[in-house]
Ligand binder design. Structure first.
Ligand code: UFG
Length: 320
């Protein structure tokens, strides 16, 4: 396959690109390097510096002729999206509409989209399957849900087939150490724990230990980026073969608490970093765990790299 990976210089995009290349596919990365990094561009792929807000740059890139687009270019800080919704409207929504319009013009038949568990909001039941009500609690999650709806319309009206992959909590790094760029200013739990263990920050603050969970801290479904990468390739193969759109969760079905993650990280890194208990962070559900049964059924996909040990040790290899 010939894939155009938009946002392919970023944390998840670079892992996806590496996996496509490893499986013999041709990859071109399109990225504006606002959060993506040149160190994440591999010698065996092509790179186009461009912006999804520039229709001309997208048209030019897509004239290269591709079997599919993988679209991972988005802002993703849920908290920030509540303060600066304009930024999320322009980049996530306008940027995606530009991508769809250029794809239709260029006749590219398939698109794999990075959606998010944030489309569901507060869980009504667990594990969360794809039929769960969609009530995003933050504007970021709303942009992902709105984009899924645009994808449905472009499929119906223009025949552009899509795979919307609803990631749960992405974490970890390539086990072979081939991804070189560390995320800048991380806001997520595991990179923050790694920064505490590496001495880049002086402590981990656990946001709330009075949740209705066994140890009082929030539970999440952490999915290793290498598992996300295989999910993208399987979804791409499905689209090319079946010419049918799909929406699936990518998670493990296993919950890990913040406290467990911190304790395991201390054991694996051998660093007894400081942990403090702070107030709850607004908008954090107590427990978020995916059912990925549909991804298994349609794609034969399941997580195999996402043990808590592997999430931490592949991250620690990057930070230590
Ligand atoms: N946490 C802390 N301390 C920190 C950082 C996080 O205690 O310094 C806690 C949070 O309160 C939460 C858990 O760790 O309970 C995970 O927090 P993250 O910020 O890493 O992740 P979220 O679950 O809030 O959100 C992530 C992505 C979203 C995505 C969601 C899907 O950032 O984009 O997973 O489940 F939508």
């Amino acid at each position: 396959m010939k894939a155009l990976i938009i946002g392919g210089a970023g944390y998840i995009g670079s892992h996806v690109a590496r996996h496509f290349l490893d499986n013999g596919h041709k990859v071109t990365v399109f990225d504006n390097l606002s959060t993506g990094q040149m160190v994440n561009i591999f010698p065996d792929e092509d790179f186009i510096k461009g912006d999804i807000l520039n229709q001309g740059e997208l048209d030019k890139a897509m004239a290269g002729g591709y079997d599919l687009i993988i679209h991972l270019a988005a802002f993703k800080a849920a908290g920030e999206s509540m303060i600066k919704p304009e930024k999320y409207s322009v980049n996530n929504i306008t940027g995606t509409i530009n991508i769809l319009n250029s794809a239709v013009k260029a006749g590219i038949p398939n698109l794999v989209f990075s959606s998010s568990a944030a489309v569901y909001g507060e869980p009504a039941y667990l594990p969360i399957d794809e039929e769960h009500p969609k009530n995003p609690e933050n504007y970021y999650g709303y942009t992902k849900l709105a984009i899924e709806q645009f994808l449905g319309w472009y499929d119906k009206l223009k025949g552009l087939k899509f795979a919307a992959l609803r990631y749960f909590n992405a974490a970890g790094y390539d086990g072979k150490g081939r991804i070189k760029g560390l995320e800048r200013n991380p806001a997520n739990l595991l990179p923050i724990i790694m920064e505490a263990a590496a001495g880049i920050r002086d402590r981990l603050s656990i946001f709330g230990n009075d949740y209705p969970t066994p140890d009082g801290t929030c539970i999440r479904d952490y999915i290793h980026v290498s598992d996300l990468a295989t999910g993208h390739l399987k979804a791409a193969e499905y689209l090319v073969k079946n010419r049918q759109s799909l929406t699936v969760n990518l998670g493990t079905g296993n919950g890990i608490s913040v406290q467990e993650m911190a304790d395991k990280a201390k054991a694996i890194t051998g660093v007894d970093f400081k942990v403090e208990y702070a107030d709850r962070r607004p908008g954090d559900p107590a427990n978020l765990v995916a059912s990925s049964e549909k991804a298994f059924r349609l794609l034969g996909w399941k997580a195999v790299h996402s043990s808590v040990e592997n999430l931490i040790s592949t991250s620690w290899n990057m930070y230590k």
